[in-house]
Design a binder for this molecule. Structure first.
Ligand SMILES: CC(=O)SCCNC(=O)CCNC(=O)[C@H](O)C(C)(C)COP(=O)(O)OP(=O)(O)OC[C@H]1O[C@@H](n2cnc3c(N)ncnc32)[C@H](O)[C@@H]1OP(=O)(O)O
Ligand SMILES: CC(C)C(=O)C(=O)O
Ligand SMILES: [Mg+2]
Length: 563
């Protein structure tokens, strides 16, 4: 039996755009477009359960708070809920003066009438009418030819104009969408749009919105950009047109399509928060806005408390925001892998307040979205010393010397490999204490007594317990550290020497403690390791660090003997 290739069932659903002198690739976006949120319409029509009145109102208020000035609030002829919602907004005076509500209708008389009825008494309204114009829709859905399709749109445009004229108390803006624009022949899309702007008498003082939807995304975003630039250049009455984009995300390129469409001459973008909407969704306005933000361009939308926006959207739509959603997901500012953590840690330590945000792996400062740095670095088996050191530093104020970071990361790695899961900062802190601070075998620190002999000589009596027996060891040196080492040398490890020593404050103010980190080498056995002491008193911390370190050297020696 011959296998057929399923891909042969398909062919491109758009027509080639002949635009060799396209200009959009050389353009950059220098300001935010006009935003229109269709969360309450396109977003709402694509939910398992459309929002109820309370949820719609909550979402409306959230959109207003974010800063949207144009909000498509309903498809009023679709349901009593939608109709009543629009009435409620108007009658309860809930629409701020600088916000224009928008309503959508099919190009059918009775639906237009019901839609116009729903907005009676509103101060400012965008009435949005659509009909599909592409060949497949003309043939399959409407059974109309091009002339009839155009006539349907003109009829609806006239009807809307006529009803609006009877209500001069409302400031009207008219919007037309040739639905399935991206699959429509461009000359025909222009013909219909031009006919509509003629009916609505579009001019620089009477702007009409022409919205060119990628109802289904059928091509790569450069094709959409070509289509938009072609319309932008060829539309009649362009000065009277607000050119609008409405990308969907079927190919996963809606954000790119919107950005290239704006570069190609569009003035306005319609979409939804977090990309809600039919099928794969409308273009995600959060990503678009924050993409601008990260280029130094204000989007004029406020996402400074992104968690609150997420909560509202999740509760109203009952759909979760994905943890990897650009800018908003729980994991998008988190680095697990070692080299990323290393780079971020270095970035944070070099960064001065007031400088440009040029941070490895973090395109945006989480603080600008109301998040803190807690989630930036998380540790699992993919992590390295940088992440571990970062967690200790940011959570416990402990700055470790580089070689100790390397040592500790090997200890943590054993833990993460064994468990296969994430370790939290407190787990690492506990492990660090067990391995480097509370090391009490074979010698358990009890006390030390310093005695000043002369300017260059300190004497110390170190008291330790070994196998239940208290030992008093005396040593001398030019300071407490060398005196304690000398005491040990008398006891059992004649060749230990200091490789490095660091002391720092841990915490601030009266409750600050001292942390001493010492690296000792046992020359006879050619091993070195670290020990750490933490105490209110810095000398005690140093002595405890030496005892811990000697114990660790002993452990290494024993392990070698066993091996
Ligand atoms: C791409 C988009 O997102 S467009 C917006 C889509 N959103 C919605 O549809 C949500 C709200 N819609 C609804 O609730 C319903 O469709 C209603 C209440 C508006 C209308 O319902 P109904 O009248 O029962 O019919 P239905 O929606 O099935 O409409 C199909 C008819 O309308 C015609 N039609 C569909 N769209 C349009 C349009 N934009 N303009 C004119 N006629 C249209 C179809 O050709 C079909 O006609 P036919 O019955 O003669 O074959
Ligand atoms: C109504 C139109 C603009 C629409 O939602 C679409 O084409 O996707
Ligand atoms: Mg849509």
């Amino acid at each position: 039996m011959m296998l057929t290739d399923p891909s042969k069932k398909y062919r491109p659903a758009y027509q080639r755009v002949d635009l060799p002198d396209r200009t959009w690739p050389n353009n950059t976006i220098s300001k935010a477009p006009i935003w229109m949120s269709t969360d309450l319409r396109d977003g709402n029509q694509a939910l398992f359960e459309p929002m109820n009145a309370e949820q719609k109102l909550r979402m409306f208020k959230a959109l207003v708070a974010i800063g949207f000035k144009e909000i498509e609030v309903a498809f009023p002829s679709a349901s009593q809920t939608d109709f009543d919602f629009v009435r409620g907004l108007i009658e309860n005076n809930l629409i701020p003066d600088d916000v224009t509500i928008e309503v959508l209708t099919q190009a059918r008389d009775h639906l237009i009438e019901r839609t116009m009825e729903s907005v009676r008494g509103a101060k400012k309204v965008i009435v949005h009418v659509y009909n599909a114009t592409s060949p497949v829709f003309r043939q399959t859905v409407f059974n109309l030819d091009q002339a009839e399709t155009k006539a349907l749109a003109i009829h609806a445009a006239k009807k809307i104009k006529e009803i609006a004229a009877r209500h001069p108390e409302t400031q009207w803006t008219f919007q037309y969408s040739p639905e399935t624009f991206t699959a429509t022949e461009l000359p025909f899309a222009k013909e219909v749009c031009d006919a509509i702007t003629e009916v609505w008498e579009a001019s620089s003082t009477n702007k009409v919105i022409l919205n060119l939807p990628a109802t289904v995304e059928v091509a790569s975003p450069n094709v959409y950009a070509d289509q938009i630039e072609w319309m932008h250049r060829n539309l009649a009455r362009r000065e009277g047109v607000i050119l609008s984009l409405h990308p969907h995300n079927d190919r996963g390129c809606a954000v790119a399509a919107a950005e290239l469409g704006v570069m190609a001459g569009a003035d306005r973008v319609e979409g939804c928060l977090f990309g809600h909407g039919e099928r794969t969704g409308n273009v995600d306005l959060v990503t678009l806005a924050l993409n601008l933000y990260s280029q130094g361009i204000s989007p004029n939308l406020d996402f400074s408390d992104i968690n609150d926006v997420i909560r509202t959207v999740e509760e109203c739509t009952r759909l979760p925001v994905h943890p990897r959603h650009p800018y908003a997901g729980d994991l998008v500012f988190t680095a697990f892998s070692g080299s990323h953590q290393d780079a971020i840690k270095k970035g944070f330590s070099m960064r001065q307040e007031g400088e440009f945000w040029e941070m490895p792996y973090l395109p945006l400062d989480p603080k600008d979205l109301g998040r803190n740095y807690d989630a930036v670095i998380r540790v699992n088996s993919q992590s390295g010393k940088g992440g571990i050191a970062y967690l200790l530093e940011s959570n416990y104020g402990v700055v470790l010397p580089r070689r100790l970071q390397i040592e500790l990361s090997q200890v943590v790695q054993v833990l993460t490999d064994e468990s296969g899961s994430e370790v939290r900062a407190q787990d690492i802190w506990q492990l660090f204490n067990q391995q480097y601070v509370q090391v009490q075998q074979p010698y358990q620190y009890v006390s030390y007594k310093p005695e000043h002999i002369d300017e260059n000589t300190e004497k110390v009596t170190l008291v330790v317990e070994q196998d239940g027996i208290t030992q008093h060891w005396v040593g001398q040196g030019n300071g407490p550290i060398s005196a304690v080492l000398n005491a040990f040398n008398h006891a059992s490890l004649p060749q230990i020497e200091v490789v490095s020593y660091e002391e720092r404050a841990l915490g601030q103010g009266a409750s600050a403690k001292a942390i001493a980190v010492i690296e000792l080498v046992d020359k006879a056995r050619n091993v070195s390791t670290f020990g750490v002491g933490i105490h209110d008193n810095i000398t005690t911390a140093s002595v405890q660090a030496i005892v811990a370190c000697v114990n660790r050297l002993k452990a290494v020696e024993q392990n070698r003997q066993v091996a």
